[in-house]
Design a protein around this ligand. Structure first.
Ligand SMILES: Cc1ncc(COP(=O)(O)O)c(C=O)c1O
Length: 404
C-alpha cells in the first residue's frame, strides 16, 4: 500500500526529464503559462501532422475516440461526467459563454469579491451598463479570504449570481470554496467558481464544492497548450443557460424557423476549433492526474513558502499580496525599481517572472494603493536550487538599480 507521505511526494527528477524547457530557463511564471511536458507537445504536433497528411476533417474522424477521452479526463479532474464538460479557447471565453447565458434583468445582483480578476469584472461592468445590474463586493478578512458572515448576509438579500476566483491571479490565497458553495446552496444562488489558477494546482471536486459551474484554462497549472479553456456545468444549471451565440456544435437547425440546442455542455462550444490543442490539453490533464494533484499541491506550496522566506530577507523588497502561501503565487514590490524593470532584468538572466499590472485586479490594487507588482509562481517541476538561484539574482538586481 502507498503511504500518505508517498502520495504527497512528486518525482521531481521525472517531472524535469519530461519537461524540455527546464534545461533552458528557471521558469517561475506558471501562473502566466507553464512549461508543458514533452508528451503534450508530441500530442499536439502529432495531430497537426495527421491533419497535414490526411486532411483536417479526416484526421478529426481518426481522432474521435481520443477526443472523447479528453472530455473524460477533464471530468475526472473536476468530477461528474464528460457530458458536463465543454472545451473552449480560454478561461475568458468560458466565462463569457457561462455569464452571457444568464438572463440578467435590471436590478439583479451579482456578488463577487475585491480580488476578482479583470476579465470577469469587465463582464460585470459591461452587463451593469447594458442591463443595469448591481455588482456587490463582499469584504475579505485580514488574510484575504472572503468574509463568510458578510457573504451569508448578502446572499440572504437575494442575488442572481455569485462568481469568484478560487485563487486570485496575484496571491497565495485559496478561497474556501466548499463553505462558499454551502452558503450559495442555502440561499439558492447560482455559484460559478473561476478555477483558472487552481485547476492543476489543487484537487477540485465540483460535488464537494457544491458549485453550479466552474471554468478555467489549459496553459497555467495544468501545463497544457495555449489557446484552450474549459467549462464544467452542473446538470441542473445547464438547461437554464441560453448561450449568447449558437454554432453548428451547440445547436441543430431543425426546421425552417427553429433550432434545438444540444442538451449537454457542447452547447457552449464553437464548431471550428483546434483539435490538436484539445488533444494536447487532454494529455496535460492526464499527466497532472498521474502525478497526483495533492502531491502537486504540497510541492507548489512548499516552493512558494521557500521563495517568500527568501524575499523577506531582501531589504527593500515587500511582499505586496495578502501574505499567505496557501497557493503557489507571490507578488512583491521593490522600493525604487519598477516591476517591469525587475522582470526584464531577470529575464536576461534566464529567470522568468511576470509583471502584474494594477488594472488586472483594479478593485484590490486601488483599495490597497498598490502599483504594478512582480509576480512569481513556481510549479512542482521547479527545484529548491532554482528558487535560491532566482533569489540570489533578484538580490543582485535590487542592489544594482539600472542607471537611467
Ligand atoms: C483568475 C483568472 N481568471 C481568468 C483568467 C483569464 O484566463 P484566459 O487568459 O485563459 O482567458 C485569468 C488569467 O490570468 C485568471 O488568472
Amino acid at each position: 500500500m502507498v503511504s500518505q507521505a508517498e502520495q504527497l511526494r512528486v518525482d521531481v527528477e521525472r517531472l524535469r526529464s519530461d519537461t524540455p524547457g527546464v534545461g533552458r530557463v528557471i521558469h517561475l511564471n506558471n501562473a502566466g503559462s507553464a512549461l508543458p511536458p514533452e508528451s503534450v507537445i508530441e500530442t499536439v504536433v502529432d495531430h497537426l501532422r495527421l491533419e497535414a497528411t490526411w486532411g483536417g476533417y479526416e484526421a478529426g474522424y481518426m481522432a474521435e475516440d481520443a477526443m472523447q477521452q479528453v472530455y473524460e479526463a477533464v471530468a475526472e479532474l473536476l468530477g461528474g461526467t464528460a457530458s458536463q464538460v465543454a472545451l473552449t479557447d480560454s478561461a475568458t471565453r468560458s466565462f463569457d459563454m457561462l455569464f452571457y447565458s444568464i438572463d440578467l434583468q435590471p436590478g439583479d445582483r451579482i456578488i463577487t469579491i475585491q480580488t476578482e480578476f479583470a476579465t470577469n469584472y469587465l463582464g460585470f461592468l459591461h452587463r451593469s451598463k447594458q442591463v443595469d445590474v448591481d455588482i456587490v463586493i463582499v469584504p475579505l478578512d485580514s488574510a484575504g479570504h472572503v468574509d463568510l458572515e458578510a457573504l451569508d448576509k448578502e446572499l440572504a438579500e437575494g442575488a442572481r449570481l455569485l462568481l469568484i476566483d478560487h485563487i486570485p491571479n496575484y496571491c497565495g490565497v485559496v478561497q474556501p470554496a466548499a463553505e462558499i458553495g454551502r452558503l450559495a446552496k442555502k440561499h439558492g444562488v447560482t455559484f460559478i467558481l473561476d478555477v483558472t489558477q487552481s485547476a492543476g494546482q489543487l484537487p477540485l471536486s465540483a460535488v464537494e464544492i457544491g458549485c453550479d459551474a466552474m471554468f478555467g484554462t489549459s496553459r497555467k497549472w495544468l501545463r497544457g497548450p495555449r489557446g484552450m479553456g474549459f467549462i464544467w456545468a452542473s446538470e441542473s444549471l445547464m438547461p437554464k443557460l441560453q448561450p449568447p451565440i449558437l454554432t453548428l456544435r451547440s445547436a441543430v437547425w431543425s426546421s425552417l424557423d427553429d433550432y434545438e440546442l444540444v442538451d449537454d455542455a457542447r452547447r457552449f462550444e464553437m464548431w471550428e476549433s483546434s483539435l490538436a490543442l484539445k488533444l494536447g490539453f487532454g494529455e496535460a490533464v492526464r499527466y497532472a492526474l498521474n502525478c497526483g494533484i495533492p502531491a502537486l499541491t504540497a510541492r507548489i506550496q512548499s516552493l512558494n513558502q521557500l521563495f517568500r522566506d527568501g524575499l523577506q530577507e531582501i531589504p527593500s523588497v515587500t511582499i505586496a499580496d495578502w501574505g499567505l502561501a496557501e497557493a503557489g503565487i507571490t507578488t512583491f514590490d521593490v522600493a525604487g525599481i519598477d516591476a517591469d524593470d525587475i522582470v526584464d532584468r531577470l529575464r536576461t538572466c534566464k529567470v522568468n517572472m511576470s509583471m502584474h499590472p494594477a488594472n488586472y485586479a483594479l478593485l484590490d490594487f486601488t483599495r490597497r494603493e498598490r502599483g504594478p507588482l512582480v509576480r512569481t509562481s513556481a510549479h512542482a517541476y521547479n527545484t529548491e536550487e532554482e528558487i535560491l538561484r532566482a533569489l540570489e539574482l533578484l538580490r543582485g538586481v535590487v542592489n544594482k538599480p539600472r542607471v537611467r
